[in-house]
Design a protein around this ligand. Structure first.
Ligand SMILES: [Zn+2]
Length: 309
């Protein structure tokens, strides 16, 4: 608060005619009064010096990350090309994905899950009569199930039914399944379409197989709808056509993984819509981005204004 000192008493004592020395002291009193007024008024106005002191130019290239230009330049070569040209929207998107904190673990033939790995909160699909299922006893992790409910509803609003054919599979179940296919077709053939235990995304509890579990699914209206709308709800096609070398699996138009709409947007914008490329990138760089991310600091920051934002 800026207050002007009460100078009335000082003034009256200075200019009071009862004072014998008035004629001599008057000019001095006026000068003093003028000094008081000027200095008290001046303290109400921020001087250029004040302004300069309040602004601290940030060394960081983005308000949400503690990357300075040197650091970013070192990191840049490992980033998608589009992020080189324009890092601001890339870091905006990165902050979004970090804040959603979905399960983005890379699971493939080279990166298996441990036998004991389980989703955080498995829920039974049997409790939801809105979901059309081809068997009972299926489960999904909560975020995936919640998103699935929304997506199924949106499809239904357009007269389309998304049939759910498979969801969570435990390590042990996958082990039995793989063995069954090995007996049917031999190990090398089975490896192309079935996952060894630990290497199935179904163990995450965030994957759903839709429809017939054949590539005829893509020809159906449900398959078309999912390919057009799935990413909007955060669902990503894990094994696209022509990507067998990259993913290790044949085309599976029916197998979708929930990664969240922020992540599907990043996958689309920076990784040519390849889930495998995005998740490989994420597994390499998440820790670096998370440690440079400022969001967790904001609540406890003693002087957020000093960031110059
Ligand atoms: Zn599947």
């Amino acid at each position: 608060m800026c207050t002007i000192p009460d100078v009335t008493d000082k003034l009256s004592s200075m200019i009071s005619p009862s004072l014998p020395s008035f004629p001599r002291r008057f000019p001095t009193g006026l000068l003093f009064l003028s000094f008081l007024l000027t200095s008290s008024m001046a303290s109400c106005q921020p001087t250029p010096e004040h302004k300069t002191q309040m602004v601290h130019p940030s060394p960081f290239i983005h308000p949400l990350f503690t990357f300075d230009l040197d650091e970013w330049n070192k990191l840049k070569s490992q980033m998608p090309l589009k992020a080189h040209q324009d890092f601001e929207p890339f870091l905006d998107d990165m902050a979004q994905v970090l804040s959603e904190n979905q399960n983005l673990i890379l699971v493939d033939k080279k990166n298996p899950l441990p036998e004991e790995w389980k989703p955080t909160e498995l829920l039974s699909l049997d409790s939801y009569s809105q979901l059309i299922k081809n068997k009972t006893g299926m489960q999904l992790d909560r975020p995936a199930l919640e998103s699935l409910m929304n997506m199924v509803q949106a499809a239904q609003n357009e007269g389309i039914t998304l049939l759910i054919s498979s969801a969570y599979r435990s390590y042990n179940y996958q082990e039995k399944l793989f063995q069954y296919y090995v007996q049917q077709d031999g190990e090398s053939r089975a490896e192309h379409y079935s996952a060894r235990p630990g290497t199935s995304q179904h163990q995450l509890g965030t994957c759903v197989d839709f429809g017939s579990i054949t590539n005829d699914f893509v020809k159906t209206t449900a398959g078309q709808w999912l390919h057009e709308n799935g990413s909007r709800f955060g669902w990503s096609l894990s094994y696209p056509q022509g990507a067998q070398e990259k993913t290790g699996y044949m085309w599976e138009s029916w197998h979708w993984r929930y990664i969240g709409p922020e992540a599907t947007a990043m996958q689309k914008n920076y990784f040519e819509d390849s889930q495998q490329d995005f998740l490989e990138f994420w597994s390499l760089h998440e820790e670096r981005f998370r440690s440079a991310w400022k969001d967790s600091e904001l609540e406890n920051d003693p002087a957020p204004k000093e960031r110059g934002e």
